[in-house]
Design a protein around this ligand. Structure first.
Ligand SMILES: [Zn+2]
Length: 333
């Protein structure tokens, strides 16, 4: 429902046994996954709320994480008895929590729109369509919910934040990605990061969304997938990574984090591993280069500047053509 309707993408439930085997520690994979989903949601909510003025797409941040029956191969018994979309978790202290929304509540309507009338995009779960509905709502949310078969209305006002569907994927890889609509981090990656590392990874992905990179790279004709590893696509994709790194320290500072956690992450063991693992594509700056540009951005544009930072030197590019050389950073080796 709301806010951050972040959600557990349990659609990968069939992969959970593999996840358990690999981790060899989690007795209850769903509990483990949800714990990380809640951690990510808390960090993400803080950063999305603080940076709402920088985002052209915003949404009410309710603090409720939704899921739908169609995300599961076989949903655990009793989860969706009152409706196909339910609250998976509620962030402690969030508007949804204060309003009395509880995990397990089925969501029947958002404003005047009943869930059964929502059209679902082929290939996407109902959860996504209901997320869109909540995201498009005013900050005064009016939800119709069912708990143990009793229907009632829950109304509350939520703060605005950057719009993104945030979720932890049931996945063993070290993955963080953003497509402009959804920000996904893999379970294995999130589980290994402390909260500072999580904030750094999330801020980088949110920066892509704020800078509308998916749209801009598409308009510039940049190839997706393997094609972006070559030629002009590679240069522009690299530039997008540099921009996202630079903006990430503003997003962190605006949310009350010390932006120095970003270069510190890349100096850390997991950052070093990420350099050869998750971020091994040649479109990413090399590790030392990332550290250098993050520290330069902090020194020149964050330290000693008033907060919140609107990062105008970075956001100014959102409406122009995505062209080479906007930044002078060298193309990676
Ligand atoms: Zn990136």
């Amino acid at each position: 429902m709301t806010r951050f309707l972040a959600g557990l993408l349990l659609l990968l439930i069939p992969s959970l046994p593999a996840l358990v085997a690999a981790q060899d520690v989690e007795r209850d994979p769903l509990t483990a996954l949800w714990a990380q989903d809640l951690r990510l949601a808390q960090v993400a909510e803080r950063i999305m709320a603080a940076n709402a003025p920088l985002c052209r797409q915003t949404m009410p941040l309710s603090g409720a994480i939704l899921h739908s029956a169609d995300q599961y191969g076989r949903p655990p018994e009793g989860w969706f008895v009152n409706g196909p979309v339910a609250v998976a978790q509620v962030l402690p202290g969030s508007p949804a929590s204060e309003a009395g929304l509880r995990a397990g509540d089925a969501l029947l309507a958002v404003g005047q729109v009943r869930v059964e009338n929502v059209s679902v995009r082929p290939g996407y779960p109902l959860r996504d369509a209901v997320f869109d509905l909540v995201a498009a709502s005013s900050d005064d949310l009016s939800l119709r919910v069912s708990r143990t078969g009793q229907e009632h209305r829950v109304e509350f006002t939520a703060p605005r934040g950057c719009r993104a569907l945030v979720e932890v994927l049931a996945d063993n890889g070290n993955t963080a990605r953003s497509d402009g609509r959804v920000i996904q981090l893999s379970y294995a990656f999130v589980a290994r990061l402390d909260d500072a590392g999580l904030a750094v990874a999330f801020a980088h992905e949110l920066a892509h969304a704020v800078l509308e990179h998916r749209r801009r790279l598409g308009e510039a004709g940049v190839a997706q997938g393997l094609g972006r590893e070559f030629g002009r696509s590679r240069r522009l994709s690299h530039q997008a990574e540099v921009e996202a790194d630079r903006l990430s320290v503003h997003l962190l500072a605006n949310a009350g984090y010390d932006p120095a956690i970003a270069p510190a992450f890349w100096r850390s063991a997991i950052g070093g591993e990420s350099d050869s693992g998750i971020f091994r594509s040649r479109i990413y700056p090399a590790r030392e280069e990332r550290i250098r540009l993050l520290e330069e951005e902090i020194a020149v544009h964050v330290s000693g500047s008033p907060l919140p930072s609107a990062a105008p030197h970075l956001l100014a590019g959102r409406d122009g053509p995505f062209s080479d050389g906007w930044f002078s950073d060298p193309v990676p080796r």
